[in-house]
Design a protein around this ligand. Structure first.
Ligand SMILES: Cc1cc2nc3c(=O)[nH]c(=O)nc-3n(C[C@H](O)[C@H](O)[C@H](O)COP(=O)(O)OP(=O)(O)OC[C@H]3O[C@@H](n4cnc5c(N)ncnc54)[C@H](O)[C@@H]3O)c2cc1C
Length: 430
């Protein structure tokens, strides 16, 4: 089987960035440092988020540069820069909407892996219809008092901060009365209860907020402007998912992740392909190449489809970049998210097909540490998180194809009145 064509797009060995990172690692990688010390060194050099601007803690490199940087870390055997939802979503959101004070306080600890973040958006009655959320934040001097419930909050138990959406005004239409808070989780008014998923893991949580408080200084993007801020967060979530990296949460940042006090060298050894939730196309191609079924026409047909999806996904990402540079192209991120969902499901399906009966166990004692089976059991979730497939299609239909918008009877009414009636529906990013 020929090499898969994506490798042509990855500036790996031989590229100037690759050489620069390898040279830096040659000088600086020290397995005897603690993870804490190593991550501070990496952040200081701008490698945690090389695509951020230089004055934002990055190196002003292209959006895809983290892939090359992380590959160079792996090739050296050095512990990767910290990952997680803070880096993927909170930091770019705060950089886009935060005040200089918020940026200075909140972003560096993310880049240094000192804190972990979770996303406190979904509620029992507000998932796709996210703007229908009912968690309340009421002003009390220089702080906000928050009451309500969030659900499906990934990694909340291991997090220090939440990207919290709460309603700060009931007298205006639903999209207008929401604010985005950088919310500290370690306080008496917060109860976090894990939920077990069909993978056997408990990544999800329910988060109960009962008189919890958040400083006014941590309201990001302005009071009542949370919907615009949310669009930024969701954009980074979708483009992250589209690029295949969103839920690959290792190495886990923050004190509760248990990494900071460890030796960096020891922690790096744990990074050999683990039980990642998403498989890369390369993982699957490697499995196929080593299998006696690599000449099976049905397998080859599926592999061809997978490579075609991955290739068109790359072109879509490039198109998104070009359109973004022209100031448009928002629904390209939605298409990218749909494409990545297909890739995740098909990649896991091929792997399980190849493994046959060996794919029965998703536990670590299963074939190849159970990672392919684990990815297979997780794959259906990709059609739900970050906005469901149906919602992505609605957005593409309305924004790119110009089809009529869904009827949203509650869109313009003050949300307090809507609450007194029965709430209607409306998509997550309408
Ligand atoms: C693995 C995973 C991780 C997650 N992590 C987080 C997290 O960290 N933080 C967080 O806040 N949330 C998280 N979520 C929640 C996720 O964002 C929601 O589950 C999702 O937005 C859907 O909301 P819902 O579950 O309430 O489903 P609903 O909105 O109730 O939808 C139910 C069904 O109806 C369909 N539907 C709804 N409205 C429409 C419409 N207008 N047109 C067509 N079809 C429609 C949906 O597509 C879906 O099939 C996560 C979910 C998963 C699976």
């Amino acid at each position: 089987m020929a090499d898969h064509p994506l490798s042509d797009h990855e500036p790996r060995s031989g590229s100037s960035l690759w050489d620069e990172v390898r040279a830096w690692l040659e000088e600086n990688w020290d397995p005897d440092l603690s993870v804490d010390e190593w991550w501070r060194t990496v952040a200081k050099a701008g490698w945690t988020a090389p695509h951020f601007a230089v004055d934002q803690g990055g190196r002003g490199l292209p959006r895809r540069s983290p892939t090359t940087v992380r590959a160079a870390f792996a090739a050296t055997g050095a512990l990767h820069p910290p990952a997680g939802l803070g880096l993927l979503m909170a930091a770019p959101t705060i950089l886009s909407h935060g005040t200089p004070d918020q940026i200075a306080r909140l972003v560096p600890p993310i880049l240094e892996g000192q804190v972990a973040w979770c996303q406190l958006f979904s509620e029992p009655g507000a998932g796709s219809d996210l703007a229908g959320l009912t968690t309340r934040a009421e002003r009390d001097g220089e702080r906000w008092v928050i009451t309500g419930q969030k659900v499906w909050s990934s990694q909340a138990l291991e997090s220090d901060y939440g990207m919290l959406l709460a309603r700060t005004d009931l007298s205006v239409p639903k999209h207008a009365g929401i604010s985005w808070f950088a919310f500290p989780l370690d306080q008496p008014g917060v109860t976090i209860r894990p939920l077990r998923e069909m993978t056997g893991d408990a990544v999800f949580n329910e988060v109960f907020l009962d008189g919890a408080v958040c400083s006014h200084a941590d309201l990001v993007g302005g009071e009542g402007n949370g919907w615009a801020v949310t669009q930024t967060t969701l954009h980074f979530e979708r483009t992250g998912i589209g690029a295949g990296g969103a839920h690959a949460g290792f190495p886990a940042p923050g004190p509760k992740g248990g990494m900071l006090g460890r030796g960096a060298g020891d922690a790096a050894l744990d990074e050999v392909p683990g039980r990642n939730l998403a498989l890369s196309v390369d993982d699957v191609l490697e499995l196929v190449r080593s299998s006696s079924r690599r000449q099976d026409p049905l397998i080859r047909q599926k592999v061809a489809r997978l490579v075609a999806y991955a290739e068109t996904g790359q072109w879509n990402a490039l198109r998104g970049k070009a359109e973004a540079a022209r100031g448009g192209g928002q629904s390209v991120a939605n298409i990218g998210k749909l494409a990545q969902t297909r890739i995740m499901k098909l990649a896991a399906d091929i792997a399980v097909d190849i493994l046959g009966a060996d794919a029965m166990l998703s536990t670590p004692d299963g074939s190849q540490g159970g990672r392919f089976t684990h990815a297979f059991v997780f794959a259906p979730a990709s059609s739900i998180y970050g906005g469901t497939d149906e919602i992505q299609r609605n957005v593409v239909a309305e924004r790119s194809l110009g089809l009529p918008r869904e009827v949203r009877a509650d869109r313009d009414a003050p949300f307090g009145e809507v609450l007194r009636r029965t709430t209607g529906g409306g998509p997550r990013d309408a």
